[in-house]
Design a protein around this ligand. Structure first.
Ligand SMILES: Nc1ncnc2c1ncn2[C@@H]1O[C@H](COP(=O)(O)OP(=O)(O)OP(=O)(O)O)[C@@H](O)[C@H]1O
Length: 270
């Protein structure tokens, strides 16, 4: 990780905003901070545990500077818009947007999730499933199956409202513990950098396929039951919408099967 990027972000944010680097992905560098970008401390209380996420898209040196600026602006704007819209849809869980500076490629978000017990890592779906299936005994714990069903419901709500995620991996699903029930986890979808508004059944089928593959590759021994729970949750959203929902669900599940077959053919050919 280049210190240059950290220095650049620190300079842009000023020294009043301490930042901690938590991730460097292909697209963005992600930091946490305990300072709200515009509310004074007395308006947000004095809880120094409150965290915010700063997602920054650094310039890519290999791109022409004008194209780079335009791409950064468009991608940041697109992710901001999608998150802002999704946040308003009933029952869909995504992080709240706090601020967005599209020209500098910077989004501030509500921080979600927590550290799992026994050093199991951050509470994304990937670590959560590892925590439960580490020794096999608790792999199908009702808490796990219920959480996966809720994951399916979140994806179902997303698709029913004609949004697609574009990179639906188990790291992009963050679990937030219910404050009233420590065994209940609510999945939140993050990272809409490749998200889109789309009514295309193909895009939705690919979303489901990417998630299925992600579960299969990291939790292979339990993947069948896990994916079944996800599809049950997903289907419940569509079944709730009467005839129109059922029709769309059938179309979508058929396309999902087609995407799967294509994927299988590809992996056989190599
Ligand atoms: N709102 C949030 N709350 C808590 N953690 C977050 C949040 N947003 C991002 N993160 C953390 O930062 C990581 C990277 O964020 P994100 O996936 O949005 O960036 P990215 O650069 O697109 O990542 P990648 O290229 O690895 O997919 C996430 O996997 C997660 O651990």
């Amino acid at each position: 990780m280049s210190q240059k990027i950290v220095d650049k972000v620190s300079e842009y944010l000023t020294s009043n905003i301490p930042i901690k680097l938590i991730s460097q992905g292909a697209e963005a560098v992600v930091f946490t901070t305990n300072v709200h970008p515009y509310l004074p401390k007395d308006q947000i209380g004095d809880d120094s545990d409150v965290q915010y996420i700063i997602k920054y898209r650094p310039p890519k040196e290999y791109r022409h500077p004008d194209i780079d600026k335009s791409l950064t602006k468009h991608r940041t704007l697109s992710e901001t818009r999608i998150l802002a819209k999704l946040y308003q849809i009933k029952d869909i869980h995504v992080p709240k947007i706090i601020a967005s500076d599209v020209f500098n490629g910077c989004i501030w978000l509500e921080f979600l999730g927590e550290e799992l017990p026994n050093n199991a890592g951050f509470s994304n779906l990937k670590h959560f499933l590892w925590m439960y299936n580490k020794d096999g005994a608790n792999a199908y714990d009702p808490i796990v199956l219920r959480t996966l069903y809720e994951v399916g419901r979140q994806v179902g709500l997303l698709h029913w409202n004609d949004y697609c995620h574009g990179d639906l991996t188990t790291s992009n699903i963050v679990l937030v513990r219910d404050i009233h029930n420590e065994n209940s986890w609510q999945p939140h979808l993050i990272d809409f950098g490749l998200g889109s508004i789309s009514s295309m059944v193909e895009d939705k089928g690919v979303d489901l396929y990417v998630l299925e593959r992600a579960i299969l590759s990291t939790h292979s021994a339990y993947a069948e039951r896990y994916n079944k729970a996800i599809i049950e949750g997903f289907s419940s959203v569509y079944k709730n919408e009467g005839e129109a929902g059922l029709k769309k669900l059938n179309e979508l599940l058929n396309r999902f099967e087609e995407v799967r077959l294509r994927g299988r053919k590809r992996s056989m050919i190599g």
